[in-house]
Write a protein that binds this ligand. Structure first.
Ligand SMILES: Cc1cc2nc3c(=O)[nH]c(=O)nc-3n(C[C@H](O)[C@H](O)[C@H](O)COP(=O)(O)O)c2cc1C
Length: 335
């Protein structure tokens, strides 16, 4: 069978926005894409069960404007993952990524996420099956270890085994996951970040693409990190401070097209919101992802408050949106 994606370009992973459940949904991604043309965007993790037995259109649907876009899968059944990888390719995703980093109890019970780091052979089997079913790149996102399996030799064993199955791009959250006793949130904060382990990995596997993730907030630090690794992935900062993305194209992709302004981005969101409302959706589904747009500028708190509280009391959400646009425009002109 000839794969349509044979002509699809390999996505550039120099800068990506991390997969984040409940945060990087299609509305956030549409918004983020208005700010950066080049950042590779990831979906939230979608389990194979949700795709194969749930509302497939909802789980795989996106707006073409979001491209380049990667689908992150959660699962550990090679056959099911292979089916989902084929569906990802057919849906037009630029990449399919396997989640081997999520520490939640709920997913551990289903053998999804970071617990798979203890089973490199199974992850390799999953990757092989996925690659056999699609022609888009199959990548893996993982931690530097899990409790009880956190030595550098074990990390190399994991990466080496999965590489032997054909995976050549690894996104590494530079801390271990502790699978008992910490919440997922604590597991993103408490285990210390160890960038040097990821640098060592790149030195020991120079032929692999190694992407660094965890705690990155500052573009100059990211630029420095790119001396050691092939790409950086940013999660929380890209969500809470989306304007970070505005400098990415110029600073990391050497693309010097004129940057949009925050007000232009806000204006561009209006027709998207209108369309969502016309389809029966609610404005806050979209605007909840935009609260940080004016972070650091006059009026930022007002903007955030109106969109997170007043929005729930108004019958006329678009009128509130228009009013806010004018207020922010006036505040920025005065500043
Ligand atoms: C709300 C939230 C949801 C997340 N969901 C996922 C997920 O679905 N899949 C995944 O691989 N990682 C998930 N993560 C982890 C991030 O992808 C990332 O690895 C982590 O936040 C560290 O990067 P950061 O310090 O830049 O935020 C999530 C993180 C957050 C904050």
């Amino acid at each position: 069978m000839q794969h349509l994606s044979a002509t699809r370009p390999e996505p550039n992973r120099r800068f990506s926005v991390a997969p984040m459940m409940d945060w990087t949904d299609r509305h956030y991604r549409y918004f983020a894409r208005l700010i950066s043309r080049h950042a590779l965007l990831y979906t939230e993790m979608v389990t194979t069960g949700a795709i194969l037995h749930g509302d497939r259109g909802r789980h795989l649907g996106y707006d073409v404007a979001e491209q380049p876009l990667a689908l992150q899968l959660g699962g550990s059944n090679p056959q099911e993952l292979a089916e989902c990888a084929a569906l990802a390719e057919a849906a037009g995703y630029a990449e399919v990524n396997l989640n081997v980093g999520c520490p939640s109890d709920r997913v551990q019970n289903n053998m999804i996420g970071a617990c798979l780091m203890a089973h490199p052979g199974l992850v390799a089997e999953c990757v092989r099956a996925m690659q056999g079913a699609c022609a888009i790149p199959v990548t893996v996102k993982h931690r530097i270890g899990i409790n009880g399996r956190d030595s550098y030799a074990q990390l190399c064993d994991f990466v080496g085994t999965v590489h032997n199955a054909g995976c050549t791009s690894f996104t590494v959250h530079a801390r271990i996951a502790i699978l008992e006793g910490l919440s997922p949130k604590e597991n993103r904060e408490i285990p210390p970040l160890k960038y040097e382990v990821v640098h060592q990995l790149k030195r020991d596997f120079p032929q692999l693409e190694i992407i660094l993730n965890g705690g990155l907030t500052d573009l100059s630090v990211m630029r420095e990190q790119l001396n050691h690794v092939d790409g950086v992935m940013v999660g929380r900062e890209a969500y809470h401070n989306p304007w970070l993305l505005a400098d990415v194209d110029q600073a990391l992709f050497d693309d010097s097209y004129p940057q949009p302004t925050r007000l232009q981005v806000l204006a561009q969101m209006r027709p998207y919101i209108e369309q969502h409302l016309a389809a029966g959706g609610q404005m806050h589904h979209i605007t909840r992802h935009m609260l940080g747009l004016f972070q650091g500028l006059p009026g930022a708190r007002h903007f955030r408050r109106e969109l997170s509280t007043t929005i729930h009391r108004t019958e006329q959400p678009l009128a509130l949106f228009d009013q806010l646009f004018e207020q922010m425009q006036a505040r920025l002109e005065r500043a």
